[in-house]
Write a protein that binds this ligand. Structure first.
Ligand SMILES: NC(=O)c1ccc[n+]([C@@H]2O[C@H](COP(=O)([O-])OP(=O)(O)OC[C@H]3O[C@@H](n4cnc5c(N)ncnc54)[C@H](OP(=O)(O)O)[C@@H]3O)[C@@H](O)[C@H]2O)c1
Length: 336
């Protein structure tokens, strides 16, 4: 892609994150929004800027038919934000790639899809190679705080024996869908039943673990994952819900990766209403040993928007195929 050319973008998925990405794209002179797709009946047909919460019209309606937009907008890249699970979004990505367009997606499973979905990943990779385009899954978590950031820090180590990452979020500061996703307000029995059905929990912890292993060149022989509810010790209230003492205030999720019978990767995610001292911490046992803590933690939504938008130029410059954050050059802000 020639330098300084304005990058033409289609936004696929105009929900919460998609709308925020549109607001950021419209602020930057290096991007031009040339299409928007969504299926939600309350969104389709409305002007993209209105859906994104802006007052100035942009005169670009949100379309429900992807083919119409993908074939006519002469885009360089599609920013895809419709869902988490690769088997559910595969046909959307396939159509985009068949149209010869690059993809940056916030799908958590796409951050490292090769372990959970080897066949779909191989298919998507081959299609992307054939079409000469690049597909990347990224975001804040997975995509950065519990994986890429650890890899970036490891660049100053000559030896890495073990990596531990901890993310603690005070869920009271997050939007309602997040509070629901971590089970806040459920009884312990409801929590266990929803976890068993795969309806709550953080998607992407195993993907983060495999992404670190991929970057470090480690083979993970076994992964152990567990999700446990955290119960409220007093009555709690957020902008959206009330949680009585003894009810679920959130959850903790642990993923442990074993290599040679030894735990080499430990990812610990804790999110609950009222969590004290939110932070992100990365610890590398190696040479030199490192411990980096971000007090307060990285704010989720704005960081996801930044990561996606800043990834676009690197995706356009990358080799064709299904890539991960560990395959692309160093991430950094590319303002403008
Ligand atoms: N990696 C990360 O760090 C990170 C960070 C934030 C979000 N995410 C993930 O990114 C995704 C988007 O997040 P969000 O908060 O924006 O979700 P959201 O508010 O639910 O928005 C998704 C939008 O896509 C639409 N959609 C669903 N299926 C579609 C299809 N087949 N074609 C066109 N549009 C479709 C939805 O319509 P309906 O409402 O009608 O279904 C909705 O308007 C989620 O999977 C989320 O978990 C990842």
């Amino acid at each position: 892609m020639e330098k300084n050319k304005v990058i033409r973008v289609i936004q696929y998925g105009m929900g919460s994150i998609g709308s925020k990405i549109v607001r950021e794209l419209l602020k930057r002179s290096s991007f031009k929004l040339v299409g928007a797709i969504d299926i939600a009946p309350e969104i389709v047909g409305r002007d993209v800027s209105e859906v994104a919460g802006l007052s100035q019209p942009f005169n670009l309606p949100v379309e429900s038919d992807p083919a119409k937009v993908l074939t006519s907008a002469r885009a360089d890249v599609v920013v895809h934000t419709t869902g988490s699970h690769l088997n559910r979004i595969f046909s959307q990505l396939e159509e985009v790639v068949r149209s010869g367009l690059n993809v940056v997606s916030t799908s958590e499973e796409l951050v490292y899809p090769f372990q959970r979905h080897p066949e779909l990943s191989a298919q998507l990779n081959q299609l992307a190679v054939d079409k000469g385009v690049t597909v990347l899954g990224t975001g804040i978590n997975p995509g950065f705080v519990m994986d890429t950031m650890a890899l970036v820090l490891s660049s100053v180590c000559v030896e890495v024996k073990r990596v531990k990452v901890e993310r603690v979020i005070d869920a009271a500061t997050r939007r309602f869908p997040f509070q629901k996703k971590i089970g806040a307000g459920l009884s312990p029995e409801e929590f266990r039943s929803k976890v068993a059905q795969g309806r709550i929990g953080h998607v992407g912890l195993a993907e983060s673990l495999y992404l670190i292993a991929h970057g470090l060149g480690w083979t993970i022989e076994e992964i152990k994952e567990e999700i446990t509810p955290i119960l409220a010790e007093t009555n709690l209230r957020t902008e959206y819900i009330e949680v009585s003492s003894g009810i679920v205030a959130g959850m903790e999720q642990l993923a442990q990766g074993l290599s040679g019978g030894r735990e080499v990767l430990t990812l610990h995610f804790r999110a609950f209403i009222g969590a004290p001292k939110p932070h992100d911490a990365i610890e590398i046992e190696g040479n030199p040993p490192l411990k980096v803590t971000i007090d307060g933690g990285v704010a989720g939504d704005v960081a996801t928007v930044a990561m996606v938008v800043n990834a676009i130029p690197r995706v356009l410059a990358a080799e064709p195929g299904l890539k991960t954050m560990a395959d692309l050059p160093l991430p950094h802000a590319a303002l403008g």
